[in-house]
Design a binder for this molecule. Structure first.
Ligand code: 4NP
Length: 172
């Protein structure tokens, strides 16, 4: 199973008046809520909040209802991102409710392609790092859960780069 060409996907979505994006990781307490928060900040700063619906979720439901990991919130707050998403597990109808479903690593991408109910739904799946313009040697946003501060900082660096690239791909 391979991903649809990312440029083809964003070129098609750019025509839509409203774009619904779901960020996906494993626990939905570190990477994907940070991606959602960073993207929301960029969208708000460009006055485009009406054009985007953003959400995030995870494959593991064990943190459902929780705020993002405290370490993630602290590192994000230092960059002026307030992360207040509540963790939730992915749902079958997410593939209908969203236009673009973005995974953080190989495992997320594999699981998304497996969970997609149709070939059309599979075409909505993209890889976060494919939108990076500075950190182009990274092919995944690595799970920081068992890492130290540098792991959380790397996640934020990658996500800031990727979200800026994503927003430009959908609006320029
Ligand atoms: P995330 O990080 O997928 O970026 O939210 C993780 C958080 C929790 C767990 C795994 C990854 N966990 O197994 O509890």
């Amino acid at each position: 199973m391979t991903l649809t060409d990312t440029k083809q996907l964003t070129d098609t979505l750019r025509q839509k008046p409203r774009i619904r994006i779901l960020f996906v990781c494993l626990g939905n307490i570190c990477r994907s809520p940070a991606a959602q928060g960073i993207m929301q900040s960029l969208v708000d700063a460009r006055g485009l909040s009406g054009r985007f619906r953003l959400d995030s979720c995870g494959f593991y439901g064990g943190h459902a209802g929780d705020l993002p990991d405290r370490r993630m919130r602290i590192h994000a707050a230092r960059r002026d991102y307030r992360l207040d998403h509540r963790s939730r597990q992915i749902r079958p109808w997410d593939f209908d409710d969203f236009d673009l479903i973005i995974g953080m690593d190989d495992s997320n991408i594999y699981d998304l392609l497996e969970a997609a109910p149709s070939p059309e739904a599979q075409k909505k799946v993209a890889r976060m790092t494919d939108f990076c313009r500075a950190y182009t040697c990274h092919t995944a946003v690595p799970d920081p859960y068992y890492e130290g501060a540098s792991g959380f900082e790397l996640v934020l660096d990658l996500l800031e780069d990727a979200c800026a690239g994503l927003l430009d791909a959908l609006t320029d």
